[in-house]
Ligand binder design. Structure first.
Ligand code: AMP
Length: 225
């Protein structure tokens, strides 16, 4: 079967990647693979992997590549991703991870890499007001809370502030983004795989921009010999 789509969404923490990746995965009917969600689930379930990664998550530091690549390779090897594709959220985060991903997917590749652009001032505002479901990871904010008393609209879980959405950890993650992740944008640009999408606006508007870009790319790919 031809995969649905293979997408990577890049962007600073708070750019709206999580929200848009959920929508994109529904739109294209492909799994949403969010490494941060996978690590948080491992920490919650108290597995050995969870114990290993907890201190990195708490400090807002990057989990070592050897652990990240093992988790991602296992996930990409499952039937749903092999058959239909994926939306990758929070991975890759370094050029080294991007190279490892390219090797993993070779001789095939991702269809498009999108840089969701939002000014730093706005992401700081969004992160301070961000709230997430502790059970399923659905995103909310102080401006857009769940319908009933911080109980998730999707699964009924408790909606909380993320442990790493503290001011210190947020600053550390944004710094890491600049140092480690921003070079990825250049790396994918050099490979002709990058599209930049304006992430400022309401969720429906941003989603429409994303779908237009992805569909245009798929059209381009379909027409090329
Ligand atoms: P996120 O939910 O994407 O903000 O990720 C939360 C945390 O998980 C990050 O601050 C890192 O500690 C860890 N993490 C998630 N994805 C990666 C990755 N690709 N490489 C290294 N660490 C990651």
């Amino acid at each position: 079967m031809t995969p649905g789509v293979r997408l990577i969404l890049l962007g600073k923490q708070g750019a709206g990647k999580g929200t848009q990746c959920v929508r994109l995965s529904r739109h294209y009917v492909v799994p949403h693979i969010a490494t941060g969600d996978m690590f948080r689930a491992a920490v919650k379930s108290g597995t050995e992997a969870g114990r290993l990664v907890k201190r990195y998550l708490d400090a807002g530091e990057l989990v070592p590549d050897v652990i990240v690549m093992r988790v991602v390779a296992d996930r990409l090897d499952q039937d749903d991703t092999k058959a239909r594709g994926f939306v990758l959220d929070g991975f890759p985060r370094t050029v080294h991870q991007a190279e490892a991903l390219a090797a993993l997917l070779s001789p095939s590749d991702v269809d498009v890499v999108i840089d969701l652009e939002v000014p730093t001032g706005l992401v700081l505002q969004r992160l301070a007001s961000r709230r997430v479901c502790s059970a399923c990871g659905a995103n909310y904010s102080l401006d857009s809370p769940p319908k009933f008393d911080w109980t998730c609209d999707v699964c009924g879980g408790e909606v909380v502030q993320r442990g790493d959405d503290t001011e210190v950890a947020i600053r550390r993650r944004l710094k890491l983004y600049e140092v480690a992740t921003a070079p990825l944008v250049q790396w994918y640009l050099g490979r002709g795989q990058l599209e930049v999408v304006d992430g400022v606006g309401d969720a429906d508007t941003v989603m429409a921009r994303l779908v237009a870009v992805v569909d245009a790319r798929r059209g381009i790919r379909a027409e090329s010999p």
